[in-house]
Each structure stands twice: as C-alpha cells, then as structure tokens.
Design a protein around this ligand. Structure first.
Ligand code: PMP
Length: 408
C-alpha cells in the first residue's frame, strides 16, 4: 500500500519540489514533459562534473577508468531494469527523439525499399511522426496511419486491414503523452510479427509508468529518455534486439564506433558502440543509472498503488468542473490527463494556474495531428508522478475552478 509516510519520504529526496513559484508552494504537474531529479542523481552529476571527469574508453588514467566503469555499470543497470538479454542491446542516445531517429535512419537504410510500408499512429508525438516521414521520403516507402477512436484508443480492427507483408516496421507510442492511455502493445506486436514486421515502441512515457520487460513484450526496439525518469536531460536509451542491431549499419560515424580505420575504409565496432559515435554524455548516462537505482528502491506495489490513487482522484476532481472535456477516457489510464474547459482558452488557463504556483502543460504537446483529430488547437495537461499527492490534486482542482471563474 502507498502510505503518506513513504510518499513524503520519496518527496523529501527532490529539492525542486520544495520551492515556491510566484510566492506559492509549487505544485509540479508537468512531469510528462520532464521529471524532477532526486538528491542521489544531483550528487552524482555534481561529483562527476567537479571531480571524476575523464573521457571514457580511451585513456589509461584513473579518471577515465572510473568514468568508463560508471558508464558501463549504468548500461548493466538499464539492461537489468528492462530485462534485456545483454548490454550489447542497450545503446545510449541523447533521448527518445534521437533513439527513434537512429532506427528511422539505420533500419530504413538496411531493410526498407520503395513500396514497403511503415505504420505509425495518429496519436503519436512529433518525434515518432517526423523521422518516419523523412525515412519515407528517402526510401520511397509508404506511410500508413493507425487511427484512434473517440476515446483515444487504438482502432485495432483497422490495424488488421493495414497489415500485410509490405509492412517492415510499426513504430508507436507505448503510452500517449497526451491521453495517458497504455496502448495494447502486446497484441500489436503479435500481429506485426505474423507478417515479419518489426515493432518500435516509443517508451518516453511507458518507461516511467509501466514495468518494462522487453523479453516478455518481444518488441524489437524500445526508446526512452532519461529526463522523464528522474535522470538528466540529454540522456536516453535505444534498446534493440541484438540480431537486428548487428545487421543495421551505423547512423553516425566518428570516434569510438570503429574497429579499424584506413583512409578509404572502416570496419565498425559491434553494437552497442557501433551506434555511439563521438564522446557520449557519459556523466549523464551514469546519472541515468543512478536515477534507475533510485526508482528501484521503491516497492513496485507502492508505485502501482500510488499511480492508481492519483489517476482516480484526478479524474474525479476534473469531472467535478463545469464544462470540462477530458480527452482519452479508458480503463488503461495513467495519471496523465488532458482536458479543456468550455469557453476557456487552454493557454490562458495554464498561465493563471502558473500564477497560483501550479505548473501544467498547455498547447499541442507536440501532437498536432492528435489535436486535429479532436478538433482543438490545444489542451491543458496535468501529468503526475508518484511523488505527487492527493492534497496537491485537491489544490489543483480548486485553482482550476478559481481560474475558470476569472476567465469566464
Ligand atoms: N514521445 C513521447 C510519447 C513523449 O512524451 C516525448 C516527450 N514529450 C517524446 C517522444 C520526445 O522525447 P525527448 O524530447 O525526450 O526526446
């Protein structure tokens, strides 16, 4: 059970949650955009930046050896966290966007030809739309779209009609950053694999709210960012099945990704280094490992209970507001709610909430096609993490009601 004691114990680790904004105690409900960082992550960043700083994999000196060890230990932590087969399957990137672009480049170059099909979803983030449009332009592949219904759920019957042997990859969000719905990815993966199509899951939100087991999921790629998982910005991961990564060429060339270089020819290092050209964000990667150690201190049941309590309480609170329209009502919701209020502009509401110390996101949330689907120019989003509380939700709902009175 999630108890007040262990939630406040968790909150205590986050200095950013203790600040005042516009003279008010901060209520931070923009975790879908980026999470705050616990002390342990901040200390490691500080310690490495101010002391243990030596470029990895290259030198024999102590600082380099320590950083290499921290970087490679973080890779092991991540491998265990998502239950990958081996560390060769864990590629460090600068975030979800970079991970998806890596696949959209390397996988497409190797495996996709003119007339093949790539499928994405209409609810996806721009990071999972634009790279695939670019991949189609380069390769001559056709882009097809998995639609969603009025509640924001995938229309699985439509998927069956899009799928055939021309489909080489389906790239979709595990959890929508706007709708907060956990999509039926297991089912989609089974359907895709029947025709030999690979599946990339955009796990930017999924990694935060679900227990990820890539072996059980059987996805071919899983992409996520560190900064949404209590880790540093500019960090991320691409998980890929080893046999696919071995067949894919590198996307970027440079130092550390080679086995041997002559002036006219290069042989590449095996994965993961083949995909990590140049000096990586090794301090960030080590701190991402620390963020995952932090998450793992908390009992999974505690996290699940707390997320459930926040989700139900937020829904109840929002439903009590006159004229509210909530987008994406599903049984599979996480504490990410996007909404509008009749007669109120989303950005006006978000601006007034900010003045009351409440941080929410407003606008298109990098999902313009989804906004078009719901005939709106934007929404307000409250996205919570287990360190948020029911008391904060009550204060948030009161603040929304006050703001709406001022705006109407
Ligand atoms: N996909 C989803 C579902 C997201 O929520 C985000 C971040 N909002 C991204 C992709 C992009 O992540 P990043 O900006 O960290 O690369």
């Amino acid at each position: 059970m999630a108890t007040i004691e262990n939630i406040s114990q968790m909150r205590d680790k986050f200095p950013a949650l203790r600040q005042k904004v516009h003279g008010k105690d901060l209520i931070y409900f923009d975790n879908g955009a980026t999470a705050q960082k616990p002390d342990s992550v901040l200390s490691l960043l500080n310690e490495m930046n101010s002391g243990t700083n030596g470029n990895i994999h290259r030198a024999v000196h102590e600082l380099s050896a320590k950083c290499t060890s921290l970087y490679e230990s973080a890779r092991i932590t991540i491998k265990d966290f998502i239950n990958a087969h081996s560390t060769e399957e864990i590629i460090f990137t600068s975030g979800t966007t970079a991970s998806i672009n890596l696949v959209a480049n390397s996988f497409t170059t190797k495996f996709i030809a003119k007339g093949d099909t790539i499928i994405i979803c209409e609810a996806d983030h721009h990071s999972n739309i634009v790279p695939w449009q670019m991949a189609c332009e380069r390769s001559g592949a056709i882009l097809k779209i998995l639609p969603i219904d009025e509640n924001g759920e995938w229309m699985m019957d439509k998927l069956e009609s899009l799928i055939d042997e021309s489909v080489k990859i389906i790239s979709v969000a595990h959890i929508s950053n706007v709708l907060g719905i956990a999509n039926p990815v297991e089912k989609l993966i089974k359907i895709a694999h029947k025709v030999g199509a690979k599946v990339l899951l955009d796990g930017a939100q999924g990694i935060v709210h679900e227990n990820i087991d890539v072996k059980k999921l059987d996805c071919d790629f899983y992409a996520f960012s560190g900064h949404k998982l209590y880790g540093p910005t500019g960090t991320g991961v691409l998980y890929g099945k080893r046999e696919i990564l071995e067949d894919m060429g590198p996307w970027m060339g440079g130092g550390d990704m080679v086995e041997s270089v002559s002036l006219f020819k290069t042989s590449y290092a095996p994965p993961p280094l083949k995909f990590e050209a140049g000096t990586p964000n090794f301090i960030g990667a080590a701190a991402l490992g620390e963020a995952i150690n932090f998450v793992q201190q908390f009992d999974r049941e505690f996290i699940r209970d707390q997320e459930y309590a926040l989700t139900t309480s937020l829904l109840e609170g929002l439903k009590s507001i006159d004229g509210v329209k909530i987008y994406g009502e599903s049984k599979h919701k996480l504490p990410i709610y996007s909404f509008n209020i009749e007669g109120v502009h989303h950005s006006d509401l978000a601006m007034l909430l900010d003045k009351m110390g409440v941080a929410v996101r407003s606008g298109m949330m990098c999902c313009e096609p989804l906004m078009t689907r719901f005939h709106t120019t934007g929404m307000v989003r409250a996205s919570l993490l287990p360190y948020n509380t029911i008391e904060e939700i009550d204060l948030f709902i009161t603040a929304v009601q006050k703001a709406v009175k001022m705006l109407k």
